[in-house]
Design a protein around this ligand. Structure first.
Ligand code: ASP
Length: 343
């Protein structure tokens, strides 16, 4: 039977220590871990029906991915299934809920990596593919390349038989209103989807929240790992900006030891090769997944960056460090036990 634990513990300041954040995801035998973005959300505001909506969607994503693992399917299938649920929800900054660029468009990035083969695929700046994570997978499996961008990626995705939508599909009122506000405040400021204005009180209908990149890391019955990440990027981004999410080694990475997906201020994750940083520390310094992921976040923090990492190692151990107030996250063990936490 599937059991569900919702963890909403927080410290006096609403920020967990690394140990507290890790506490709820300790032990072994995890098969799937997901995130829905890290940010400066506060427990005073993400509560009631808003919190319930996030918990429900994260749980749905975990169940979708877990069903694949349980069925003996690959970690790649589990990652795709979990991410698809979050991409189809307006709650997250990925797929349907993507933030807007400075020019009022939704430009989506995604990547996937199969730890067994170390094959990888990514798309950047796409506007018409309903599920960017599936486009990333098609690039990995059918293109002979690792990353395709813009129009070329869209033409390829269509030829691979993926569902194509009009760019308007990605238009949502709450993201549009959020862009108008930032344009009024400071039209040159590139805003992370992690910064929360103190005056805003979210409701389910008025989700002006700007965090929500999604990711998943999975371990299948054969012990093979995979990682996937999908995002709308940073609100008000300009000039064809590409973040860390579609960059293998920065926002996403997997091999036969560990799978990693990141969320946060992408430029810092690129500059520190954050996802590969976790793997490299484990391989060369013999660090545990928790130590390595924490050090990777610390390095980002030292440079002034913010965000979070989810990582799952070959033994089913999990790390979920972040240096923001919270990170939407969840995990499921081999026995189907689900944990979801925001703070
Ligand atoms: N990392 C993403 C980017 O910089 C944003 C996020 O995680 O919310 O594009």
């Amino acid at each position: 039977m599937m059991r569900l634990f919702i963890c909403t513990i927080c410290t006096f300041f609403g920020v967990l220590t690394a140990a507290q954040a890790q506490e709820k995801f300790s032990g072994e035998n995890y098969v799937l871990v997901i995130h829905g973005g890290a940010g400066s959300m506060s427990p005073n505001r993400i509560k009631g029906e808003v919190e319930a909506a996030y918990v429900a969607k994260l749980t749905e994503a975990l169940k979708a991915g877990y069903a694949k693992i349980k069925n003996g399917e690959s970690s790649v299938e589990a990652v795709i299934a979990a991410i698809e649920v979050m991409e189809d929800s307006p709650l997250f900054n990925a797929g349907k809920g993507a933030v807007f660029t400075h020019n009022g468009k939704n430009e989506l990035d995604a990547s996937i990596m199969d730890g067994k083969t170390r094959m990888a695929g990514a798309v950047a700046g796409i506007t018409t593919v309903k599920n960017p994570i599936k486009a990333a997978r098609a690039v990995m499996e059918k293109s002979g390349h690792v990353m395709l961008t813009g129009k070329g990626a869209e033409i390829f995705a269509e030829s691979a038989g993926l569902e194509i939508v009009s760019p308007e599909y990605f238009w949502t009122q709450h993201r549009w209103d959020a862009l108008q506000k930032i344009l009024k405040r400071d039209s040159t400021k590139v805003e992370l989807d992690h910064d929360e204005k103190q005056t805003f009180v979210p409701t389910v209908k008025n989700l002006d929240e700007k965090y929500g990149t999604v990711g998943a890391v999975a371990r299948d019955k054969n012990g093979n790992l995979a990682a996937g990440t999908s995002t709308g990027g940073m609100m008000n981004k300009k000039y064809g900006r590409v973040g860390d999410s579609p960059i293998i080694g920065a926002g996403n990475y997997a091999n036969d030891q560990v799978a990693i997906s990141c969320t946060g201020w992408g430029e810092f994750f690129i500059r520190t090769a954050a996802a590969y940083n976790v793997s490299a520390q484990m391989k060369h310094l013999n660090r545990s997944v928790q130590e390595a992921a924490q050090k990777a976040i610390d390095e980002i923090g030292e440079l002034g960056g913010t965000g979070g990492i989810i990582a799952l190692d070959k033994d089913g151990k999990v790390a979920v460090p972040y240096n923001t107030k919270g990170m939407y996250r969840g995990a499921v063990k081999a026995n189907g036990e689900i944990e979801v936490a925001i703070f």
